[in-house]
Design a protein around this ligand. Structure first.
Ligand code: PMT
Length: 414
């Protein structure tokens, strides 16, 4: 498995108001020296301590300081930055900013980015030691830790105000070492860190009348196993699920849908902000041309005109094909449920739908595929094929994810 290259990692460095801000040009230089790209975001108070000109010069990128910057915000700049980042680092983090973050308040660009990002966030607190001990500050720091924010420091020692105690920002080299440690952990255990993964799972239901529908036996297990697996490998996962009886895997963001139309709409909305799409859902290929407003009565069967009830079906859009056409840059992984000439059909499907990978399962085998706990697949891509022997759907998901993680990283350049 290819290790994650830190040379391609992006850091949004948020600088807040505090005397330690004078150390941030050095911090930026050291981060760049360790092969990170750094975009600096300043709060209004930070600008009392350090200038945007200096930080733009050392980072080589424009510095952002205004949520209301019309040029940047025309392109939704705060969202773009939230997505660009692999790490949001706030150093120094003032008591004020920590309080805003802990309480979900977004009065400025930095706190807005924090609330809009799903990537790891770290704070390097810096403040007067009494402010650090203040019970509200401690509560807020605990809240951020509970929310998954990493807290680096503060260090103890002489303070600019003349007092001695905890509240000094860690030195730039200590902060860089924490960042590198975080990268190494990601490299070793979480090859999908920073990757945004979209997964569709489960069946769709196409209504015939208010109580009947066309559907299939997909339980959602294979898609949910991929969602759980991708999350545990570090990905930010969005799961678009048809109607299934499964709990949402921890840390996964889930959107419930019923019909193929709803699934298509939601997949296309989310595809724009994702790097990879796993299309595991068993989408109904057809839906009734019209939905009866009332329950269709059995008695109609006995009328002369309706001896047999005939349903006219119209074809649903192929969601995966729509995604392929609209988002060529996305890594696309299709699934194929086949019952005959399994490999030949799957190879053709991969090419027809312009997919990077297709995972084919032979669903004529009742012990795998639809609704069971296990699966057995072949992973097909342009350069070759790999058989994944019968195993639990979780294990199959893990093998698929580990197999393709390196090329996802390469394609997404994250
Ligand atoms: O949910 P489980 O019980 O765990 O079962 C798992 C599974 C058998 C459903 C899964 O492993 C699987 O094979 N999913 C794909 C099912 C399917 O619809 O295959 P297909 O060969 O008909 O479709 C090929 C691809 O096109 C799939 O990625 C599918 O999501 C996509 N598709 C199909 C039709 C359509 N209208 N839109 C689509 O996007």
């Amino acid at each position: 498995m290819q290790a994650m290259s830190k040379s391609k990692r992006h850091i949004v460095l948020g600088i807040t108001g505090g005397i330690a801000a004078y150390k941030t040009p050095d911090l930026v230089r050291k981060l760049i020296g360790s092969d990170f790209e750094v975009t600096v975001v300043l709060t209004e108070a930070a600008e009392k301590f350090v200038t945007a000109t200096t930080l733009a010069a050392v980072s080589g990128r424009s510095v952002r300081n205004d949520l209301w910057d019309p040029d940047a915000e025309q392109h939704m700049g705060h969202i773009e930055l939230a997505r660009w980042a692999d790490l949001l680092l706030i150093a120094p983090a003032s008591a004020h900013t920590i309080g805003l973050m802990a309480n979900g308040l977004c009065p400025n660009l930095l706190t807005t980015i924090y609330s809009a990002t799903t990537v790891p966030a770290a704070i390097a607190p810096a403040m007067n030691q009494q402010m650090w001990f203040n019970s509200a500050t401690q509560r807020n720091v605990e809240q951020l830790k509970t929310d998954g924010v990493l807290c680096w420091g503060p260090a103890e020692g002489d303070q600019a105000c003349g007092e001695v105690g905890p509240g000094r920002m860690l030195e730039p080299e200590q902060i860089v070492s924490e960042v590198l440690k975080l990268c190494d952990e990601s490299n070793e255990h979480k090859p999908l860190t920073g990757i945004n993964v979209l997964i569709s799972a489960g069946p769709t239901r196409e209504a015939i009348d208010p109580v009947r529908f066309i559907s299939n036996a997909s339980s959602g297990r294979q898609g949910f196993a991929l969602a759980q697996g991708a999350h545990s490998l570090g990905a930010n996962v969005t799961l678009i699920s048809g109607p299934v009886e499964l709990e949402t895997p921890e840390g996964v963001s889930r959107v419930n849908v019923i019909t193929a139309e709803e699934m298509k709409r939601n997949v296309l909305i989310h595809a724009a902000s994702n790097d990879v799409f796993f299309s595991v859902a068993a989408v109904a290929d057809y839906r009734p041309a019209s939905v009866a407003e009332q329950k269709i009565k059995k008695t109609q069967k006995f009328s002369s005109t309706l001896a047999n009830l005939k349903l006219e079906l119209i074809e649903n859009d192929d969601i995966l094909l729509c995604v392929s056409e609209a988002f060529p840059q996305l890594v696309k992984v299709g699934f194929a449920a086949e019952t005959n000439d399994v490999l030949a059909h799957a190879r053709a499907k991969r090419i027809r739908k312009n997919l990077d990978y297709i995972v084919v399962n032979d669903v004529s085998n009742p012990t795998i595929g639809f609704n069971g706990l296990d699966n057995e697949c072949t992973l097909i891509h342009a350069e070759g094929e790999k058989k994944l022997n019968k195993a639990s759907k979780e294990e199959i998901a893990r093998q698929i994810l580990l197999e393709i993680a390196p090329s996802i990283r390469q394609r997404t350049r994250k």
